[in-house]
Design a protein around this ligand. Structure first.
Ligand SMILES: Nc1ncnc2c1ncn2[C@@H]1O[C@H](COP(=O)(O)OP(=O)(O)O)[C@@H](O)[C@H]1O
Ligand SMILES: [Mg+2]
Length: 222
């Protein structure tokens, strides 16, 4: 089981000529097969932390290790992402020129899987997120919540070791949110995925084994 470990992560941003110490030295170890919630006020640095954890943004100081490999020193970072990490962004970033089916299949095509294989996995995931009827639609023809579910299906495509999800239920009604959380737990049980999600929604974060608070640039375990 893989481990994703942050060590003394620091990040500042400049805003209006003033420095913001968003992350002041965050250390934590996430284990595969376990579930974690990151909670905290808006602007407390949850998204920043999640992006750095996944290697999408670089810290000013500190390191991220995936099974003791420094992820910022990997020769092939893209391949590492595609193989081990799934991402659900707060603003979902579906490719607008591609249909729902194509957006999901893309994850396998990048990896070199056959078209047939990709199609059948995409169908399976679309069924799981209850969007089979939108298979040929384009992202702009979907509601925010539907787009969010496509983004989740896409992130689960390659059975990532860790899924990093930024407010994945932010646009969903209570019932769809619960269904999505169940789908994520299925992935945890099925292939031992580690789940790290940011959420404001108590009904969502209460279902995670560990709840971590971002406050004043550090993480506090409840
Ligand atoms: N690229 C950026 N440039 C400047 N400031 C940023 C940038 N990204 C985030 N911030 C600031 O850092 C703080 C944390 O942002 P964020 O991580 O998005 O918080 P959260 O996800 O908890 O709402 C906020 O004050 C935000 O305005
Ligand atoms: Mg955020």
């Amino acid at each position: 089981m893989a481990i994703l470990r942050m060590q003394d992560i620091k990040k500042d941003f400049w805003q209006g000529g003033k420095v913001l110490h968003v992350l002041r030295g965050v250390s934590y170890q996430f284990e595969q097969g376990k579930t974690y919630a990151l909670v905290g006020a808006s602007g407390s640095g949850k998204s920043t932390l999640l992006h750095i954890l996944g290697g999408l943004d670089t810290p000013d100081d500190g390191n991220i290790f995936f099974d003791n490999q420094d992820i910022f020193r990997l020769a092939n970072k893209d391949q590492f992402h595609n193989q081990h990490l799934g991402f659900v962004f707060q603003f979902h970033y579906l490719i607008k020129e591609l249909t729902v089916l194509e957006n999901i299949m893309l994850m396998g095509m990048i990896k070199g899987s056959s078209q047939q294989e990709c199609k059948s996995r995409a169908h399976e995931l679309l069924e799981a997120v209850d969007l089979t009827d939108k298979i040929a639609s384009y992202p702009e023809q979907l509601s925010g919540g539907q787009q969010q579910r496509v983004a989740v299906a896409r992130a689960l495509f390659n059975k990532p070791a860790f899924l990093l999800a930024d407010e994945p239920t932010g646009n969903l009604d209570a019932q769809s949110a619960q269904r999505l959380v169940e789908l994520l737990h299925d992935a945890v049980r099925s292939w031992g995925m580690g789940l790290v999600l940011c959420s404001h929604d108590e009904a969502v974060y209460e279902k995670m084994e560990t709840v971590l608070f971002m406050h004043d640039g550090v993480l506090i375990q409840r």
